[in-house]
Design a protein. Structure first.
Ligand SMILES: Nc1ncnc2c1ncn2[C@@H]1O[C@H](COP(=O)(O)OP(=O)(O)OP(=O)(O)O)[C@@H](O)[C@H]1O
Ligand SMILES: [Mg+2]
Length: 360
């Protein structure tokens, strides 16, 4: 998967920018406020019709404008043939996804353009709530197994229904038994898929982290959301009075988490900032590696300010790893000298300089 040409209109300070990215490594540099992160946001908009920095489109569209547009040529299946992909979105809420002459749904677009973002928000994978780590697991499980999305949606539906019954305060025992039976069935299926994905991910994560920093001994483990020694239906019964009082279901896959530990202690509490950056990057890079092995398709990596938090040696190791993957990378930095010396001569590296929203 790669973007072979890109044209951005009216995204933040990028009123009109067009360029031909390299298939492998693209370095975008420029001063603070020149538009580097905005350019990554534009690629994210191309893959998901929204930004990674804000949920509100009105902040993404250039001030005083009404519509953003990103047009590209993409080689989605790495078949050596590009097809046109264009996304437009306006302040009235209209979103148009056009691929090769047809209109696509958002979920079709998401599987067409698998994206991974590494930026300061990625630290949330360690420091944020379990919901962020569940999202991370579910990205992988979604791409790893076609049945995942149906099971995930069904589980959410049944859980919502059970929770609204709990909120009413009264729940008919026969009705509850029926809901619980369905809930347990989807919970077990969902948990099996998440567990299987994490089992596949761990060896890749270990190997990549070792490449980026061989001193760190990090253990990943999956916590399914309830004590696995007790069947979930027993737990649902045991917890009923508490759940009724709280108005929601306390045990199940909605509480699943990915534990990241170093010497048995939470990595969020123990690691330095730079070490955290390497760990969260290894998690994201491992997802790309697993995805590539399963689908034979690379991902697009959007890496905002790669050198920040890293010393020269770790920055070099990071670049050396990226160079050996199949992914197309868009990497931003303030000073290109911080990255340019790290690549092998045979690697396709393109360098773009942004100044006040213009490529120079
Ligand atoms: N909706 C908008 N319309 C116009 N300009 C905007 C909009 N939103 C943000 N900007 C401006 O766009 C410019 C580019 O921001 P961006 O975050 O992309 O810079 P950057 O190159 O990543 O800077 P840094 O090195 O500080 O991270 C900033 O000056 C910002 O104020
Ligand atoms: Mg920035």
């Amino acid at each position: 998967m790669s973007i072979t040409s890109l044209s951005i209109k009216k995204i933040r300070n990028l009123s009109e920018v067009a360029f031909t990215p390299a298939k492998r490594i693209n370095i975008i540099h420029g001063a603070n406020g020149s538009g580097k992160t905005s350019l990554l946001e534009a690629i994210h908009f191309l893959g998901l019709t929204r930004s990674f920095r804000t949920n509100q489109f009105r902040y993404l569209v250039t001030s005083a404008e009404r519509e953003s547009l990103v047009y590209s040529e993409v080689d989605s299946y790495s078949a050596g043939k590009s097809h046109p992909l264009g996304i437009s979105r306006n302040l009235d809420g209209d979103v148009r996804i056009r691929y090769s002459g047809a209109t696509l749904e958002l979920s079709e677009l998401a599987s067409l353009l698998p994206l991974q973002v590494i930026n300061t928000d990625t630290f949330e994978l360690l420091e944020g709530s379990p919901a962020i780590r569940r999202q991370f697991i579910d990205w992988g499980a979604f791409h790893a197994d076609q049945t995942f999305i149906m099971i995930w949606r069904s589980f959410k539906r049944v859980l919502q229904q059970r929770n609204s019954l709990l909120k009413c305060g009264k729940i008919d025992p026969t009705l509850r038994e029926l809901w619980d039976k369905e809930l347990v069935q989807y919970a077990d299926q969902l948990t099996a898929l998440r567990k299987a994905y994490i089992e596949v991910l761990i060896p890749d994560f270990d190997a990549i982290l070792h490449r980026l920093n061989s001193d760190l001994d990090i253990r990943l483990s999956f916590a399914p959301g309830w004590d696995q020694k007790i069947p979930l239906d027993t737990l649902l019964n045991d917890n009923l009075q508490r759940d009724l009082k709280q108005g929601f279901t306390s045990a199940g896959p909605q509480r699943a988490d990915l534990k990241v530990k170093v010497d048995g202690v939470s990595a969020a509490e123990r690691l330095s900032r730079g070490q955290k950056k390497l760990v969260v990057s290894a998690l994201k890079l491992a997802q790309g590696a697993v995805f590539h092995r399963m689908s034979q398709r690379p991902c697009i990596y959007l890496i905002d300010d790669l050198p920040s938090e890293l010393d020269e040696q770790h920055c070099r190791l990071f670049c050396e790893f990226l160079e050996q993957t199949h992914n197309q990378c868009f990497i931003t930095c303030v000073d290109p000298a911080s990255l340019l010396g790290f690549w092998q001569p045979e690697t396709e590296v393109a360098c773009f300089h942004l100044d006040s929203g213009q490529l120079v």
